[in-house]
Structure formats: structure tokens, C-alpha cells
Write a protein that binds this ligand. Structure first.
Ligand code: ADP
Length: 269
């Protein structure tokens, strides 16, 4: 009995130590793996613009007798890729801070409708230059306690996308309204839309439906993952769905006062 008892205890302690190792080490391994994947993707994404810039600059040197004005085909892609790379690096910095557990930061109570109006003024102009109708719909004052700068960034990401993925004549709309203790932000457009199977994937880091198109629109595939992080920092939810007629709607629902992080671990993107 004594021998049997010791065997049971031995197995039991082995089981417990494996179990403890599992719960302590697994999350660490998973975090390291995510970090490795992130670095690999980031390096891969940065390699392409660097090689484009390099080849265009080498092209510039090729015909020294040509005037600079006749070298547009070399200069324009180099400038475009430099811009894209700059944007990608700042987006990567935001996500690195998010991974390091950056907190929500300073929160204040403000009227989201007014922020919406300020941003709409700018985007109405951008949209009109591109001959796209722009509408701002607000359902009255929406007071919220939140990080104003982060919500500003969130609106810019969504409106930039709406502009990027619409063509001439296709409309975009920003809606800000409240429902009980929630603030709702919707950015709708009549653009190219997102395939049904990708409506959730678009929030993943580096995900783009069309990489070639992203190159010309200056996309980095990081905007919506930052939008999701900002939303989740505020204890809110974000989703994409297909617009009734044509195009996309991105909908953000935020608690107006309680901006606590949700209890469950925030999904890594
Ligand atoms: P990007 O910088 O490429 O726009 P995002 O993370 O903001 O990166 O978006 C990821 C992908 O989701 C985009 O590449 C695009 O394929 C798709 N997407 C985002 N917003 C829209 C939209 N309003 N209409 C159509 N597709 C969109």
C-alpha cells in the first residue's frame, strides 16, 4: 500500500509540475512566437519599399545627361515609397507601445460630436477635391470620457480608409450617435467593399485584401489593428460589415463613461 501510495504521489506531483510549467511557460512561448512573427512581417514589409527606393535612385544616376524633370518615373515611386515607409514605421511604433502594455493615457470628458465636426471639416475638403460626396450625421451631443487624442487617431484611420477605398462619385459618411451609455461611431462608404470572408481579417496586423492596390494607395495593413487596439483600450468593440448598397461600414461602440479594459485578455492582433 505504501509503495502504491508513493507511486500515486510521484505521478501526482509530476502531473502538477507539468501543469504548472504549462501555465507558466506556454503564454511566454506564445508571446515570443507572436513577437517573432511580428518582426518577420515588419522586416518583410520594409524590405519591399527599400528595394524600390534603391532601384529608382540607381535609375536616376543612369542617364546623367537627362534633366531632373524627365526623371519623374524614378523620383515619384521613390517619394511614394519613402512616405509609405515613414507611415509604416510610425504605425509600428504605436503597436510596439501597445504590445508593451501602454495604458489608455490621459482621459477627459468631451463632446465626441464636436470632435466629429472638426474632423469632418477637413475630410469634407479632401473628399470634395476627389469629387466624393461626404456627409456628417450626428445625433446630438455625445459626451464621453476617453482619451481624446486616441479617438482622434481612430477617426482619422477610418476616414482615411473610406477615402482610400472609394472612387470618384462614391459617397462616404461619418455617423456619431449615442445609445444609452454607449457612443457609436460609424464610417460608411460606397467603395470597393471587403469580401465577406475577410470582414474579421482586416483587423489583423499586415492584412490587406489586395497588396498591389495597397502599394498605390499607400496602405500599410496596420491602420485597422491600431483602430482595434484604441477601441479595446476604451473597453469598446469594433467590427466591419458590408454596406447595404455597396461598400463598407466600420462600426465602433464605446462605453461613454466606463472606459475600463474588458476582463478577458485583449486579443492580440
Ligand atoms: P491599409 O493601410 O492597407 O488600409 P488597414 O489595416 O487600415 O490597412 O486595412 C486593412 C485592409 O482592410 C486594407 O488593406 C483593405 O484591404 C481593407 N479595408 C480597410 N478599410 C476598407 C474600406 N473602407 N473599404 C474596403 N476595404 C477596406
Amino acid at each position: 500500500i505504501l509503495v502504491n501510495g508513493s507511486v500515486v504521489i510521484l505521478f501526482f506531483s509530476l502531473f502538477i509540475s507539468n501543469f504548472l510549467a504549462d501555465i507558466a511557460v506556454k503564454p511566454l512561448e506564445e508571446a515570443l512566437e507572436r513577437q517573432r512573427e511580428f518582426l518577420e512581417n515588419a522586416s518583410h514589409e520594409l524590405r519591399t519599399p527599400i528595394s524600390i527606393i534603391q532601384s529608382r535612385l540607381e535609375g536616376l544616376l543612369r542617364d546623367p545627361e537627362k534633366k531632373i524633370i524627365d526623371k519623374y518615373e524614378y523620383i515619384e515611386p521613390a517619394i511614394r515609397e519613402t512616405r509609405r515607409m515613414g507611415k509604416m514605421v510610425s504605425n509600428l511604433m504605436v503597436l510596439t507601445r501597445a504590445d508593451a502594455g501602454e495604458a489608455l493615457g490621459e482621459v477627459e470628458r468631451f463632446n465626441l460630436t464636436v470632435l466629429g465636426e472638426e474632423i469632418s471639416e477637413i475630410y469634407r475638403e479632401f473628399a470634395s477635391i476627389q469629387e466624393k460626396p461626404f456627409r456628417y450625421v450626428s445625433g446630438g451631443d455625445v459626451f464621453i470620457t476617453a482619451n481624446r487624442e486616441k479617438l482622434h487617431q481612430l477617426l482619422i484611420i477610418l476616414l482615411d480608409n473610406a477615402l482610400k477605398y472609394t472612387g470618384t462619385g462614391e459617397a462616404l459618411e461619418l455617423v456619431i450617435e449615442s445609445q444609452k451609455d454607449k457612443a457609436i461611431i460609424k464610417v460608411a462608404d460606397e467603395g470597393i467593399g471587403i469580401k465577406e470572408e475577410n470582414l474579421e481579417n482586416v483587423f489583423l496586423r499586415f492584412f490587406r485584401e489586395d497588396k498591389a492596390r495597397a502599394r498605390t494607395t499607400g496602405g500599410t495593413g496596420l491602420g485597422l489593428s491600431i483602430a482595434r487596439w484604441i477601441t479595446e483600450c476604451h473597453g469598446g468593440t469594433i467590427k466591419a460589415y458590408r454596406n447595404k448598397t455597396k461598400g463598407t461600414v466600420i462600426e465602433v461602440v464605446l462605453p461613454r463613461e466606463n472606459h475600463q479594459r474588458p476582463k478577458k485578455e485583449i486579443a492580440r492582433v
